[in-house]
Design a protein around this ligand. Structure first.
Ligand SMILES: NC(=O)c1ccc[n+]([C@@H]2O[C@H](COP(=O)([O-])OP(=O)(O)OC[C@H]3O[C@@H](n4cnc5c(N)ncnc54)[C@H](O)[C@@H]3O)[C@@H](O)[C@H]2O)c1
Length: 326
């Protein structure tokens, strides 16, 4: 029963945070967001209170926890660019690791509400065969991926020491936009493939750079598992139901189990927009791996999640509608 329950969504001003906020608010939860950014990721009426601040600010977090008495926390806040993390690891260690550890310390002091943590498929690294299951030993290849694995491991420690129950959700590639157009993807700079491909189709970029065509995949470009952001939001609602019912949680893949190459996505963007994209082949990005496709069986069995929008065409269409509307 969601009524009367208050959930803290860190990173609520972001892309996934906005969709999670809408999903949980529609399910009857009261949502408080905490984000460095003041512009909400969801329409304002979904958010009971939007706090602007840093999750690593222990004074602010302690005061917020004491005031609101959260039933659970969704911890999405963090820097998200793998490539940037290779160039500037300290920025990622400080924000994603140190900031999150400070945040967890305050949660433990405040009665250890259950946590859903935004982890990433990036923790697996390269060299493993797809589909990837949670039984694989992670081998993160970028500071970004290291930061995700470290917080998963910190949460395991907090579970033992403080009874803090958590679900670390290893998202594969979030894609698409709210089907009714209320939210969508808007990163600055944008580094995600689908919005970049659509911007190239719309003439807002000169071309789509394909980062590497020499990978050991069918067409030589990287293969990723794209999961619709609204399905990702539903994954959080179902995970929350489990944790609020007293489940101990765990580590879970959240993906569809289907892979699409960069060139397939580019072709789909061309089909959906009716435009011809100019493609340019560039070098592989640091830390990029050939193929990351989920085996989501553990997560589906745990909470009953089943993605609704598994067609790449749906994800690209919804993203295109958002891109055109903004
Ligand atoms: N987008 C994906 O495909 C994907 C895949 C795997 C994991 N993730 C993870 O999911 C989470 C959300 O991703 P997103 O795509 O919505 O990114 P996003 O950049 O749109 O949202 C992240 C939000 O976190 C906020 N933030 C960053 N550091 C903060 C801090 N110290 N205190 C408070 N707020 C802070 C930012 O202002 C931003 O609004 C991230 O943790 C990301 O690593 C995303």
């Amino acid at each position: 029963m969601a009524a009367e329950r208050t959930i803290l969504v860190t990173g609520g001003a972001g892309y996934i945070g906005g969709h999670v906020t809408m999903e949980l608010a529609e399910a009857g939860y009261r949502i408080v967001t905490l984000d460095l950014c003041a512009v909400s990721g969801a329409p304002a009426d979904f958010v009971a209170k939007a706090v602007v601040g840093n999750v690593g600010d222990q004074g602010l977090v302690a005061e917020l926890l004491a005031r609101e008495g959260f039933d659970a926390v969704i911890h999405l806040a963090g820097y998200i660019e793998s490539g940037e993390s290779v160039e500037n690891p300290g920025k990622y260690y400080e924000n994603n690791i140190v900031g999150s550890l400070r945040f967890l310390a305050e949660l433990a002091k405040a009665g250890a509400p259950p946590v859903i943590f935004s982890s990433s498929a990036a923790v697996y690294g390269g060299g493993l065969s797809s589909p990837l299951s949670e039984t694989e030993i992670p081998s993160p290849e970028t500071p970004y991926a290291v930061s995700k694995l470290m917080i998963e491991q910190a949460l395991a420690g907090y579970r033992v020491a403080h009874g803090l129950r958590s679900a670390s959700l290893r998202y594969f590639n979030a894609a698409g936009a709210d089907p009714s157009g209320r939210a969508g993807e808007d990163h600055d700079p944008e580094t995600h493939l689908i919005p970049i491909a659509l911007q190239a189709a719309a003439g807002r970029r000169d071309e789509l750079v394909v980062n590497g065509t020499g990978f050991p995949t069918a067409d030589g470009s990287c293969v990723r598992d794209y999961v619709h952001v609204s399905d990702l939001a539903t994954a959080h609602r179902l995970a929350l139901d489990c944790l609020l019912a007293g489940d101990p949680g765990g580590v879970f893949n959240v993906g569809t189990g289907q892979g699409h190459s960069v060139l397939e996505v580019a072709a789909e963007a061309g089909r959906v927009t009716g435009q011809t994209l100019t493609l340019e082949v560039g070098p592989p990005r640091p830390g990029d791996t050939a193929e990351l496709v989920a085996d989501p069986a553990r997560f589906k069995a745990w909470c009953g999640w089943e993605p609704r929008y598994v067609d790449l065409a749906d994800m690209v269409r919804h993203a295109w509608a958002w891109e055109q509307a903004r």
